[in-house]
Each structure stands twice: as structure tokens, then as C-alpha cells.
Design a protein around this ligand. Structure first.
Ligand code: ARG
Length: 568
């Protein structure tokens, strides 16, 4: 039983109507240490006893008396404040952490449940730009957090590899695809395909019939025309090669790349099902689902020429995923701009009679922009994600040259820290917040940054190396009752809650903030309490604390998708 549960138990024994869950809910963590480690507000009981909360707090303190687990229990206004017995607390937390190793902080909430995390999902033949950083990194962190909590987790990249724009590309290629163009595409696929696409759109202005040709070729693609299929497969392959370079840099892996095209042969069945369930209406030759009763705009399901749409493919994808994986949750990490799309889509699934519609979650986020102005694909000012990562590595390399030129593995560390810094900054805020990507904020070693946390981790590694001692949990815990040590231990105790909260709210930043807090407390401890000292007993105790911080930092960074270099 932990200390919070102990407090809850004391209150349930005093108040038999109070359930353990209610009591746990009631307990607050006071904002500062003078008010204890746990506090129980007494407002709730005032009505029943017709006494003031403050009077009740006094009575409770009287009744509780002395308890071994707490060094002090006192009332302060309407609150009963509990001060844990510090050495008992230290022993409890550190022994558990020592035993559980990399499972400290884990729970089994996910056991036996399958969760799909769909993330990144760029469009092929289009740049993989800084805007994609959000879905890619938030999604990967959620994937890792869910996996850590015992879920069977499936990472899906729902590639945008279908739609009328591919009709344009095919048609453009057929017109202008000289051997030189082929070679250029092999060399620099996205840029060259973009050029074709832009040129085609431009020439439509003078050759309106190109519109029709593009439609024709998309139709051919849908019908399985061999040439159209071959070209499309080639565009997809060269695009994926580029995307994979970035995924490799981040260390991201997907279990499935079933994107929009994967569902093309599942369209007729979905249209039939919608038809059978009486959900389709004709509208100027097209088929729609009316959604005005639900405060949404109607959804276009099939155009008059028979081609299907983004939302149609998403309906098919959700059904396929339910049938294939029988998910407990189906998570979509996609920007807030697509909220309407996902609201319509969920309503359609609901109207089809599938109650799992509400197990599908749209985890949305705000925008990212660059310091020198907003990013805009249309104006052609696109910043490639790969370039951002390379720049981060280069800048980190310069910092290393300046601060620690003799470091071994400089190149490797520059990658781990540079890329880590970008990941950390991305995952630092509430995801719905828009943010501006700032180089200074990202790469600083002093602020609340990735390099700062990684540096603290490297510091723990260096201490453990220097001590060169077999560490165990057989230490004198009364030596860890000073404020600095106690604050670190309290932080360590909060790891599990941070991970669980991040999971409940789909907010990786709760882990990010936690890690910064732990690193700060550890550094205070490091500066206040010499670790490698003459006194063997103190040294052993402080090293156990250091080892625990070392493990939690490493695990936390891993959950965010970051590396933890041992020297930097
Ligand atoms: N490819 C889309 C885009 O870049 C994102 C796909 C989101 N996922 C989905 N199932 N609709 O905007």
C-alpha cells in the first residue's frame, strides 16, 4: 500500500460511508511542502455533521492520533495535512523502483486490449514538411506510451496515396515524362513530382481539357488499368523511400502502411452497405449522407462520375480495422483542421449502427510555424522535415565542438541530441496549442529542453561510472530524509501517474514536463548533496537514488521516442 492509499484508508475507517475510490479522489497534493505531502479537505463532511470544515479537521486529527507511516498529521483551516515519514517513504519508493527496474511506472491497464495508433500519414508525391512533425511525433509517443502500459499496439501510417491528384500526375507524366524527367524523379522524387503537378495545374488554365484527362486517368487507376497502376506504384515507392529516411532518423517504425489506396477495392461494399441502411441520398447525381440533423454539413460519399472521396475511404478503413484488429480504441493523430471531417465520419459510422464509432478517437493538435513566418505549401515556402533535422544535428555538432571537443562518438551524440531536441520541443506543450518552432529554445542546454534532460541523464551515468560500485537497495534510508533527496524521491513516486495521465488524456507533454521536473530536482540534489563522498553509507544511499533517477529518465525519454546518450 502506498502513502496515498494509507491516507484514504484512514478516512474510510473514520467515515464508513466513504468508499476507497471516493477517498482517493478527495486527497489533494498540496502545492508546497509546508502543507504536507497529502491533504484532505473537510468541506464534504460539513453538512452531515453540521459543523464547520475547520472544526471537523481538528476533530479528525484528534481521532487519527499518531500513525507510524506519518511523521506529522495536523489541521490547517479546513484541511487535514499529512506529512509522510520520510525514511519510510524513501524506502518504499526506492525499493520498489529497484526491484521493478524498467517496469517501474508501468501498470497493466492495457492487458488484453488492442489499440491502433494512426499517425504521420503524409500524402505521397508531396513534400514531407515541418507541418508533419506534429502527427509524426505525438503519434509515436502515444504508440510507445500505450505499448509500455501493456496494450497490443498497432502503428498505422494511413498514407495519402489515392485521389484525383494522381490522375493529374499520371497524365502529366504521360505528356512530359522524358528519360531526363525519369532520371530526375529517381534522384529527387518529391521535388520533381511536385514540379509535374504544379505545371499540370498551371497548364489547365490554358488547356481546360487537361482536367478531363486527369479524371480519365484517375478513373483508369481505379479500374485497374495496368499502365496507370504501374506509374502510381512507382510514385508511391519513390515517395516512401524519402519518408523512410526521416522515419529512420526518428527511429520510427510502422506496423502497416495501409493507406487510402488500400481501401479502393473496399469502396463498393461500403457504398452498398450505406445504401442498404438507407443512409444515401441523391444530390445532383452524386451520393451524400445528410447530416444537418446533427449540426454537421452533409458528407459527399460518391461523386457523379462514380469516384469516391476521402471520407468514404475513412469509413471503409475504420470498418476494416474493426474487423481485422477488433480494436479497443482506434486513435487518429490528425490536425485540428480536420475536426469536421472526423465528426462527419464518426456520425456516419454511428448511423450505420456501429457502437464502436465512439471507440474511435480523433487526437487533434494545433499548428506549428517557423520563426521567420508561417509555412505555406501553396506559396512554395515549404520547409522539409529532413532539412530541419539535419540542421539540428549540425547545430548540435557545433555546440559539442565548442563545449566538449574531446567527446568520443561525436557524430552519434550530435544525432541523438539534435534530433532529441526537436522531439522534446514538439512534445513540450499541450498538443492543441499552436507553437512557433524556435532554434534557440530547442537547442539550449540550460532551459526546459531535450538537451538539458539528456545532459542530466548523462550526468547520472557519469556518477554511476565514477562510483564503480555494485548498487543495491540495502541502504540506510534515514540518510535520504533531507529536503533535496526527499524532493527527488517524491518526483520519482509521481512517474507512474505522469505516464497514466499522458495515456488517459492522449497528452505526451505530461511525460515531457515530468522529465524536466525530475531533472531539475535531481540537479538540485546533485549540487546540494555530494554523492561520491568518503562516507560509504551516505554514498551508497545517494547512489541508489542516482540509479533510480537514471532509469526513470532513460525510460521517460524512450517513451517520447528519444535516445539517451551516456556521455555528452
Ligand atoms: N493524408 C492526410 C493529410 O495529409 C492525413 C490523413 C489522416 N488520416 C485519416 N485517416 N484521414 O492531410
Amino acid at each position: 500500500m502506498d502513502f496515498k492509499e494509507k491516507v484514504a484508508e484512514i478516512f474510510t475507517s473514520l467515515e464508513p460511508d466513504l468508499s476507497m475510490d471516493d477517498a482517493l479522489q478527495l486527497i489533494e497534493i498540496p502545492p508546497n511542502a509546508e502543507m504536507g505531502d497529502y491533504a484532505v479537505p473537510c468541506f464534504k463532511f460539513a453538512k452531515k455533521y453540521r459543523k464547520s470544515p475547520a472544526a471537523l479537521a481538528n476533530e479528525f486529527v484528534e481521532k487519527i492520533g499518531n500513525r507510524d507511516e506519518f511523521e506529522k498529521i495536523e489541521s490547517a483551516g479546513p484541511y487535514v495535512n499529512f506529512f509522510v515519514n520520510k525514511s519510510q517513504f524513501a524506502e518504499k519508493v526506492l525499493r520498489k523502483a529497484f526491484e521493478e527496474k524498467e517496469n517501474f511506472g508501468k501498470t497493466n491497464v492495457g492487458e488484453g486490449k488492442t489499440v491502433i495508433v494512426e499517425f504521420s500519414s503524409p500524402n505521397i508525391a508531396k513534400p514531407f514538411h515541418i507541418g508533419h512533425i506534429r502527427s509524426t511525433l505525438i503519434g509515436n509517443a502515444l504508440y510507445k506510451i500505450y505499448t509500455y502500459l501493456g496494450y497490443n499496439t498497432i502503428a498505422i501510417n494511413h498514407l495519402g496515396d489515392y485521389g484525383t491528384q494522381f490522375g493529374m500526375l499520371i497524365s502529366a507524366y504521360k505528356k512530359w515524362g522524358t528519360p531526363e524527367v525519369v532520371e530526375a524523379i529517381e534522384r529527387d522524387p518529391i521535388n520533381e513530382l511536385m514540379k509535374l503537378y504544379v505545371r499540370y495545374n498551371k497548364e489547365i488554365e490554358t488547356h481546360p481539357e487537361y482536367q478531363e484527362e486527369a479524371r480519365y486517368w484517375f478513373n483508369q487507376l481505379e479500374k485497374g488499368n495496368e499502365e496507370a497502376q504501374r506509374l502510381w506504384a512507382w510514385f508511391r515507392e519513390v515517395s516512401l523511400k524519402e519518408f523512410n529516411r526521416v522515419y529512420d532518423m526518428f527511429g520510427i517504425k510502422f506496423d502497416s502502411y495501409a493507406g487510402e489506396s488500400f481501401y479502393s477495392d473496399k469502396m463498393p461494399a461500403i457504398i452498398d452497405e450505406l445504401e442498404d441502411k438507407g443512409l444515401l441520398k441523391e444530390s445532383e447525381g452524386a451520393k451524400i449522407v445528410e447530416l444537418s440533423d446533427y449540426g454537421l454539413t452533409d458528407a459527399l460519399i460518391q461523386k457523379s462520375d462514380g469516384s469516391t472521396l476521402y471520407v468514404t475511404r475513412d469509413v471503409a478503413a475504420a470498418k476494416y480495422r474493426k474487423d481485422t484488429y477488433n480494436f479497443y480504441k482506434n486513435i487518429y493523430v490528425v490536425g485540428a483542421q480536420q475536426k469536421l471531417h472526423f465528426d462527419q465520419w464518426r456520425k456516419i459510422i454511428d448511423l450505420m449502427g456501429y457502437d464502436w464509432a465512439y471507440d474511435c478517437v480523433h487526437v487533434m493538435f494545433g499548428t506549428v510555424s517557423l520563426e521567420d513566418g508561417a509555412l505555406s505549401t501553396r506559396k512554395g515556402r515549404v520547409v522539409y522535415l529532413e532539412d530541419v533535422l539535419n540542421k539540428a544535428i549540425e547545430k548540435t555538432r557545433e555546440i559539442i565542438e565548442e563545449r566538449n571537443p574531446n567527446l568520443e562518438n561525436k557524430e552519434e551524440v550530435a544525432k541523438q541530441v539534435g534530433i532529441g531536441a526537436v522531439i522534446f520541443q514538439e512534445l513540450f506543450n499541450n498538443r492543441i496549442k499552436d507553437y512557433v518552432f524556435s532554434w534557440d529554445k530547442t537547442l539550449s542546454f540550460e532551459g526546459e529542453t531535450g538537451p538539458y534532460v539528456q545532459y542530466t541523464y548523462a550526468r547520472t551515468c557519469s556518477l554511476l561510472r565514477k562510483a564503480d560500485l555494485e548498487i543495491d537497495d540495502d541502504v540506510d534510508y534515514t540518510l535520504l530524509t533531507d529536503n533535496e533527496s526527499f524532493n527527488v524521491i517524491k518526483k520519482l513516486d509521481g512517474f507512474k501517474a505522469a505516464v497514466l495521465n499522458a495515456h488517459d488524456k492522449y497528452e505526451p507533454f505530461m511525460v515531457t514536463r515530468y522529465l524536466v521536473g525530475l531533472a531539475q530536482e535531481f540537479n538540485r540534489f546533485y549540487h546540494g548533496c555530494p554523492i561520491i563522498t568518503e562516507d560509504e553509507r551516505i554514498k551508497k544511499a545517494r547512489l541508489l537514488l542516482t540509479l533510480t533517477v537514471n532509469r526513470v529518465l532513460k525510460k521517460g525519454l524512450e517513451l517520447l521516442g528519444m535516445e539517451a546518450p551516456e556521455k555528452m
